[in-house]
Design a protein. Sequence first.
Length: 163
Amino acid sequence: MMKRILPHPALSILLLIVWLLMANKITAGGMVLGTLFGLVLPKFTEPFWPSRPQVRFGGAFVAYIGIVLFDIVLANFQVAWLILFRRNRDLRSRWLVIPMDLTTPEAITVLAGTISLTPGTVSSDVSADGCYLLVHALNVADEAAEIARIKTRYETRLQRVFA
């Protein structure tokens, strides 16, 4: 019975939170409308979700969010230092082809989004077979080390989050 009313509970909660953030204040009407969106939209989009990803919202998820937030703050300082104190000719921007072990589209999307959120890197494409991610990095001294860092820092943690 509960699955029929809330086919995607996490999505319903996320929609409510996003609605309240967009409204920029919490009111009774905003809560009602956000709850309505949170109930109706997942129900209508359910046929487009053939299989839901299994996401573990435990310690692995919290650790991943913490590492991503830390990396975003650190990368902001690194990029600012590069822009302010290094000349453009000293930058070693590179295209990285990262082989992925992730298989679900949701996990690949989170990895690509994480890389794009971190200043100095941008995910630009996923190969047609979904096995490689093309990333542009602003300053890379060692391509192999940077690929290994992305795989160990993000991908292995995402494998624990997405069962």
